[in-house]
Design a protein around this ligand. Sequence first.
Ligand SMILES: *Cc1c(COP(=O)(O)O)cnc(C)c1O
Length: 373
Amino acid sequence: MKPETAAIHAGQQIDPSTGAVTQPIYMSTTYERATDGEYPLGYIYGRDNNPNRKLIETRIAQLEHGAEAVAFASGSVVMMSIFQALSTGDHVIMPDDIYFGIRAIMNEFFVPWGLQVDFVDMTDLDSVRMALRHNTRLIVLETPSNPQLKVTDISAIVAIAKDTGAMVLCDNTLPTPILQTPLDLGCDLVVHATTKYIGGHSDVLGGIVVSKEDNDFYQRIRRIQQLGGAIPSPFDCWLLQRGLQTLPVRMRMIDENALKVAEFLESHAQVEQVLYPMLESHNDYAVAKKQMRGGGGLLSFLFKGDEAQTMQVVAKVKLFTRATSFGGTHSLIEHRASIESPDSKTPRNLIRMSIGLEHVDDLIADLEQALQD
Ligand SMILES: *Cc1c(COP(=O)(O)O)cnc(C)c1O
């Protein structure tokens, strides 16, 4: 099944009791047992499973070409649960520019609990090779990275990981399965903050991990979900299935808009550099071309000015909304360094944008007036 079709049909049947075309929202926390004490329909209790959750798990697993998926209440708690599924003494390699919240989870909670971690530049394959230890259990990738849009060569990392048998996890939130499918490139796990493009309308928090295989590690993550209950609500899942139906078409439009904005900015005299994977000027353009089907909707640029002048540009936009996050229909803009932790590596003159679904001419006109001095 092609992604456009799977995004609408995978995991869903017409409701047999009513003929409803759209899946009903199942609020029930508990399900009836048969006279013999069994659960013939498979549903027991809302923490263990729920039909709305099952639908998004099935659908996203299929879009990512994985065997199984486990949905959680946020992208962050997905990573927390994966770290919990590891064992004391395991070593993890993570990108030095990983999403700052995940870095904090690792440093503040899991290092004290006995995980070992190295943060490395994943685009420098030699430093990844050097960081590898006999007890390296997991290599985490986030590609393209945020907000610097660095692109990691997924297949090259998978080859390095084979030396110790480490699992490779790729956070695929930015490209989505429409523009990149890391399991096809040899990764073991794919993670999403479904809060972003999969939800797609800035109105639901969620996260999911897709496993290439039904194996022991996947089963441990499933146990953590079912025993702990950090799950998306039935309504959250319903919003996510609705978002998924238009994911392919939204990503195509967003991708087209973002490339045009990137090209406009690249030609602007006040812009020092544009960071967007599908620009030929991008450091990792060749790798991006090899493994991605589009650059996605996130792009950053460096303004020719100091921090205060950069803030001024962000203050002057009228159509873009000054807000964090990405993946919705509204285009967003933010001065990134000031929202990250003080040790962030983000340049002080970097402006990050999430390109939405407005007409690209209106977006470019807004940036043009904001960049004028
Ligand atoms: C947003 C985001 C997260 C965190 O997801 P939440 O749903 O906000 O917890 C993790 N990784 C990436 C790449 C993100 O963009």
